[in-house]
Design a protein around this ligand. Sequence first.
Ligand code: FES
Length: 159
Amino acid sequence: MMSMRADAEERKPEPCAGDVTCDRRDFVRLAIGTMSVFVPGCASVSALPVRAEAGVVRLLLTDHVALTLPGGHLRIRPDTLTTAVHVVRVADNFVALSPICQHLGCTVEYEGARFLCPCHGSMYDRDGSVLRGPTERPLIRYPTEVTSDGVLLIRLETR
Ligand code: FES
């Protein structure tokens, strides 16, 4: 059994950054968060920069292995938007979704073939439909189309 003194010492705040103090858990969270910004290929922070011409992004599917299998996911960053777009292959179709949660506007992340909102726990299916609230509305979808020569067109307009 741990003594009360030892227990109190264990919870003692430690210097974190500058004049800010935090406990050991805060420090570990801060370290992991900082590392994730600098780790190349980290899904939560990386997005493929793409050009949009006349409001349309064109992705040659053979250039994007991530989209070759059902459930494949690619996060892109069109040069005309301030947010990323999630592109998901659902069966033989492609869905392009805004990452903005329709509850109160936080940014969702793609995890385990679902979109999760870190703010209040809303969950969306990979096609953007609602699986769990508090949101009541699906993610915003951008129209998509695949041309006969294998180019995925994503129209950055909403229906
Ligand atoms: S903002 Fe996403 S659940 Fe509240």
